[in-house]
Ligand binder design. Structure first.
Ligand SMILES: Cc1ncc(CN)c(N)n1
Length: 249
């Protein structure tokens, strides 16, 4: 069995829980509470910004130009394309995207970012790829499953979100996702059982943190002593006062 097959097999219970998560089901059925959408975008904006920095840092560990290109493309995708799904959520929540770009990372987002830095700090490309991979992989799985269920019908306000990640499953992110699994397999061939085990742990923890990220947004889980822990003035302490862009008649 290829190592990437082992990774996916071990992660299956987590992937099933992600598919069944109420936030993710809400995308398929067309309704997610407004506060959850706002919290998600605030946190994801911060998370993806951090992800870019971690990708950039990972480039310093590479020797091969093709490998560098992969990380450069990933950064480009996050910076220039992945704002679209955020806009979809903002439009549904009827909130201006610019107002959601100043949050402090909430506990699970902080944990996820720290986890990826920890993977990068090991200096092992296998660990780095294993820790990064659940980010594109789980979204591509969600979108492909929801497309198969025909959740992306024209009356679903989340259609464009599903189409975006389903399309990227075939083009950039997903085909990228497959090529990353192949890359992981090549690295795993020369790894010791201990090194594979460590990479497996990075992968599974990132999968769990993907589930936690949905959970955190759905329940707007934040630091309990937030006012002591942040210097941000514009954090989502004020979430209930987010003005709608349009006036309700
Ligand atoms: C937390 C999280 N994980 C994954 C993705 C999809 N790249 C995302 N936007 N945010």
């Amino acid at each position: 069995m290829l190592f990437s097959e082992e990774l996916r097999a071990q992660a299956q219970p987590i992937m099933t829980a992600i598919h069944e998560h109420p936030f993710v089901r809400g995308i398929a059925t067309g309704y997610v509470p407004r506060e959850a959408l706002i919290f998600y975008v605030e946190q994801d904006f911060q998370y993806l910004s951090e992800f870019i920095k971690i990708y950039a840092n990972a480039i310093t560990k590479l020797k091969d130009r093709e490998e560098m290109k992969f990380f450069a493309n990933s950064i480009n995708f996050i910076l220039n394309s992945e704002i679209h799904p955020h806009h979809v959520f903002c439009d549904i929540a009827d909130v201006a995207y610019e107002t959601l770009q100043h949050a402090t990372p909430a506990p699970k987002a902080y944990l996820y970012e720290s986890h990826m830095y920890r993977a990068a700090d090991t200096g092992s490309l296998l660990n780095i790829l294993a820790a990064f991979q659940p980010c594109p992989w789980t979204y591509s799985e969600i979108a492909q499953k929801q497309t198969k269920e025909h959740a992306n019908h024209k009356n679903n306000p989340f259609k464009s979100w599903i189409d975006f990640y389903a399309k990227s499953a075939n083009e950039s992110e997903g085909s990228l996702s497959n090529s990353v699994f192949q890359w992981i397999d090549r690295l795993a061939e020369n790894a010791t059982p201990q090194q594979r085990q460590q990479a497996m742990q990075f992968f599974l923890k990132s999968c769990e943190l993907e589930w936690q990220f949905w959970e955190q947004a759905y329940h707007q889980e934040d630091w309990h002593f937030k006012e002591l822990l942040t210097t941000e003035k514009n954090s989502h302490n004020k979430k209930l006062s987010y003005n709608r862009k349009t006036t309700i008649q």
